[in-house]
Design a protein around this ligand. Structure first.
Ligand SMILES: NC(=O)c1ccc[n+]([C@@H]2O[C@H](COP(=O)([O-])OP(=O)(O)OC[C@H]3O[C@@H](n4cnc5c(N)ncnc54)[C@H](OP(=O)(O)O)[C@@H]3O)[C@@H](O)[C@H]2O)c1
Length: 270
């Protein structure tokens, strides 16, 4: 039995999308639990800022520029990060987000959505957001017999939200793929789980949640009305679930599950 169930020291964690709000908080949290963090994303400035914040807090991290929608780019980052931080045993897939082009509005009816825009949303949220990173990092974890993969889903993966049609369908597929891989890799030492966040203000959803003057949109009022805790989540509130799932000591018999962190949103209808 490990001394501390939630101690991640000695582990290397790849956090894709750690340049963003939720991925950044998860990177901070895994680092605080002792893991070395490979910060992956496309935006170098935000990536380096995340590395500096982790180092300032006493952790270890390095940035690797990577496009999650390109297997080549992921393979290059994989090689570099393994040389610098050691072979990863934790993968967090937090790249993703909604795109206005596939958001249904009065001006953009469902039937007008272009197949190429639909495909781009799937490329980001399913292919780059889970499939390619699992293909790149999962088999190496299986060979070493040790790994925890955490894919970030969404409440809209469980029941589609209004407007965000392609995003919801792609996130539903992330849940499905995660369960498939959990079964596939269960006897090879690699666990695959999802976290379903409720609503957390971030870059990719800012326009849906706030008006230009910063006031809450009608959608935000509806979200708060439907959330028993009557508020948005704060990104740090996802860390506990991630550390639990990342820790081989704490969650060694947990695979194919989903942890919802949503202030109760999915627990009620009206
Ligand atoms: N915020 C919420 O309420 C909420 C709720 C449920 C689920 N989620 C999910 O949580 C995850 C994080 O989103 P967030 O809300 O924190 O939004 P965010 O701040 O906009 O972060 C999204 C991140 O995705 C990264 N990304 C996008 N395309 C990428 C690509 N091709 N390759 C590598 N990275 C890419 C971006 O990094 P670069 O620009 O550096 O590439 C960005 O940092 C997403 O999967 C999102 O769908 C969010």
């Amino acid at each position: 039995m490990a001394k501390n169930l939630f101690d991640l020291s000695g582990e290397t964690a790849v956090v894709i999308g750690a340049t963003g709000v939720l991925g950044g908080a998860l990177a901070d949290g895994l680092a605080a639990a002792g893991a070395k963090i490979a910060v992956l994303g496309r935006n170098e400035d935000r990536g380096m800022a995340r590395v500096k914040a982790i180092e300032a807090a006493g952790g270890k991290a390095a940035f690797f520029k990577a496009d999650a929608s390109s297997r080549c780019s992921l393979a290059e980052a994989h090689e570099q990060l393994e040389a610098k931080l050691g072979a990863p045993s934790i993968l967090v897939n937090a790249a993703g987000g909604n795109d206005p082009k596939v958001t249904v509005t009065d001006a953009n009816a469902f039937e007008q959505i272009k197949p190429e825009d639909w495909a781009a949303s799937f490329d980001l949220n399913l292919v780059g957001g889970a499939l390619l990173p699992c293909q790149e990092f999962g088999p190496a974890m299986c060979r070493r017999g040790r790994g925890s993969i955490i894919n970030i889903a969404s409440v809209s993966a469980h029941m589609p939200l209004s407007r965000v049609v392609a995003y919801s369908a792609a996130k539903a597929a992330v849940l499905n793929l995660s369960k498939f891989l959990a079964r596939e890799w269960a006897t090879r030492g690699v666990r695959v789980n999802t976290i379903t966040p409720g609503f957390f203000p971030a870059e990719q959803n800012r326009k849906l949640l706030f008006n230009d003057d910063g006031s809450p949109t009608a959608r935000t009022q509806a979200i708060w009305g439907h959330t028993p805790m009557k508020r948005f989540g704060e990104s740090q509130e996802l860390i506990g679930a991630a550390v639990f799932l990342a820790s081989h000591a704490a969650s060694s018999f947990v695979t194919g599950t989903d942890i919802t962190v949503d202030g109760g949103y999915l627990s009620q209808t009206i």
